[in-house]
Design a protein around this ligand. Structure first.
Ligand SMILES: *[C@@H]1O[C@H](CO)[C@@H](O)[C@H](O)[C@H]1NC(C)=O
Ligand SMILES: *[C@@H]1O[C@H](CO)[C@@H](O)[C@H](O)[C@H]1NC(C)=O
Length: 555
């Protein structure tokens, strides 16, 4: 509370045109708006796709036909590929594994082109990546984290033609039974599964994807897909959505068009999240989706002619489980296309990266939006957004953001150029990695931050299991403002974080069990429709300040 008062006081003083303004403003910025750190200025590639795995490493890749990257393959390895459009022999890596704890990268080897592809973590914690372009468009690749064994032996494995339909700009989602569904893509108005069974060894058509495809603009690639609590898929593309039963190939519900009718998917490229799922023991569980930013219809074609239209500054929010669902529109403090929406451990949403004008595509956006915005879904309508401190690095087309276990958000990528290009362009290829630390990581909050004692990380839990959680905290505990959250780390590319999902677990009374240690029980979600099987990050949150997460596996 004291910090809050100082901040408010400081804010008031800052509003006055006094000499005090500068030093004061700096304090305000630190206390209220998060902080940025440059982690590595050069990871060798441009982080165009990212996935955090349960060994606290983030797998990243760009594309194989970018020419030489800035990191060599290990042990003198080279990629010999006659199909490569840039280099037939390439001794550089186009994928790396970032180690959060040592802040370093290790090069990985990919053989075929993974550009603008999609992926999903599996129930056993591997990353399955699908499609890409050119020689990679039918390929499935698997990366298993090195939990045991020699790290240098852990690398991508490519599975020839694992896809039936070529997939470029498609969206994946893990299903309650652990399979994944792969939906859409350029000229791919259908879906398929991985792995396949005799009855699913096929593609299934989805005309909705064709109906939402704007001539010459598309505006429906990388559809936003969320698993609803009833097991159906919510699929949003362009400016509208359906609830879809993938088991019977039927549309269960058609949602109203988003009120302004403007497009939210690639290349207009807004972003979307399924808001945290709560009251998981209730008879009916509500699910809500938030879609933010994008670009007015026609922006892409205008941008290709050098006219850069202001991006959308609106978010649409809809209760997808409502019998009569309606969109509620909200206004962001800043317009944004190509933003990324990251669910923070306390259930707030970080909107980061992107541009204020133009759209996705080669060199057709302007006005980097350097300030992230936090959205607090539970606040009153007019007090949800808060602008955060800006970074110094433009994160335009092909930039990325994912949550880390310690509560920071890892930010990387940005390459609106056809090759690696560092000179003579408006937005040079970014090889750097930064971290955004939301204000809950400020040292002032240290004594209010819980620390999980048990369970230990990487333990397995069954659906519906009751689990005791012990944590310690040095400061004064407010028992009424404790919650336990569980978040599925997503596969992020092109402003779309596939599988990102938070559940707020039902918890019992908090009991003191030691000098500054506490215990409570909580209930794990009861089904795979609520939480598909796999690894999640679990946090204890006190007064909106999260503990460091632990990995839990639910099955
Ligand atoms: C990476 O860039 C640096 C600086 O430009 C250069 O010296 C180095 O040789 C490059 N490494 C690779 C593998 O391209
Ligand atoms: C970088 O882009 C500029 C401007 O389009 C172009 O002239 C130059 O050839 C590009 N460099 C590389 C290495 O592609």
């Amino acid at each position: 509370m004291a910090i809050r008062k100082i901040v408010i006081l400081c804010f008031i003083i800052c509003q006055l045109p006094l000499l005090l303004l500068l030093p004061c403003h700096r304090n305000l910025a630190y206390a209220a708006g998060g902080k940025w750190d440059l982690l590595m200025s050069n990871i060798g590639i441009s982080a165009m796709h990212m996935q955090l795995l349960n060994d606290d490493r983030v797998v990243m890749y760009d594309r194989t036909d970018f020419g030489m990257s800035n990191i060599s393959l290990p042990n003198g390895k080279c990629r010999n590929n006659n199909n490569d459009l840039a280099l037939k022999v390439d001794c550089t890596a186009h994928s790396v594994e970032y180690d959060v704890s040592t802040n370093s990268v290790r090069p990985l080897m990919i053989q075929t082109n993974v550009w603008c592809s999609s992926g999903s973590a599996t129930s056993d914690g591997s990353l399955v990546q699908t499609g890409g372009s050119n020689d990679g468009k039918f390929v499935i690749r698997v990366y298993k984290p090195c939990i045991t064994g020699k790290r240098s032996n852990c690398d991508w494995q490519e599975m020839g033609n694992g896809l039936i339909q070529s997939r470029w700009y498609s969206t994946n989602h893990i299903l309650p039974d652990g399979r994944q569904i792969i939906i859409g893509g350029r000229d791919a108005f259908n879906y398929e599964f991985h792995p396949k069974t005799p009855s699913t060894n096929n593609v299934f058509s989805l005309p909705f994807l064709q109906q939402t495809n704007d001539p010459r603009e598309e505006n429906n690639l990388y559809p936003f897909v969320f698993l609803n609590v009833d097991g159906n898929l919510f699929i949003f593309t362009n400016n509208r959505a359906i609830l879809f039963d993938y088991t019977t190939n039927t549309i269960v519900k058609t949602y109203p068009q988003i009120p302004d009718g403007d497009p939210r998917n690639y290349p207009s490229t807004g972003s979307a999240v399924l808001l945290p799922l709560k009251n998981l023991e209730a008879q009916t569980i509500q699910a809500e989706v938030l879609v933010c930013g994008g670009a007015p219809r026609g922006s892409y074609l205008k941008a290709t002619r050098g006219e850069f239209v202001s991006a959308l500054n609106t978010c649409g929010r809809i209760v997808i489980t409502d019998p009569n669902p309606q969109w509620t529109m909200e206004t962001m403090p800043l317009p944004r296309t190509m933003g990324d929406m990251v669910i923070l451990p306390n259930g707030n949403i970080l909107i980061v990266n992107g541009a204020a004008m133009g759209t996705a595509g080669w060199g057709i956006a302007r006005g980097p939006v350097l300030s992230p915005v936090i959205y607090r879904p539970d606040n009153l309508h007019d007090s949800r957004f808060e602008v955060q401190n800006p970074n110094a690095i433009s994160r335009m087309y092909h930039s990325t953001a994912v949550l880390l276990r310690d509560g920071r958000v890892l930010v990387g990528g940005s390459n609106p150029n056809e090759l690696y290009n560092f000179t003579g362009v408006l937005f040079p290829t970014e090889l750097s990695l930064e971290a955004f630390s939301p204000s809950y990581l400020d040292s002032e909050s240290a004594n209010l931050r819980p620390q999980i004692i048990s369970p230990v990380s990487r333990h397995k839990f069954k659906y519906g299991q009751r689990v005791n959680i012990q944590f310690s905290m040095s400061g004064l505990l407010n028992k009424n403002s404790i919650k336990v959250t569980m978040v599925a780390p997503g596969f992020n590319t092109h402003s779309n974080t596939m599988n990102q999902r938070m559940l707020v677990l039902s918890n019992g009374v908090v009991k003191q069990v030691g000098k500054s240690s506490y215990q409570m029980s909580c209930l794990f979600p009861k089904s795979g429709s609520l939480a598909p099987p796999g690894y999640y990050l679990l946090f204890v949150v006190h007064q909106d300040i999260p503990s460091e997460g632990i990995w839990v596996r639910i099955f």
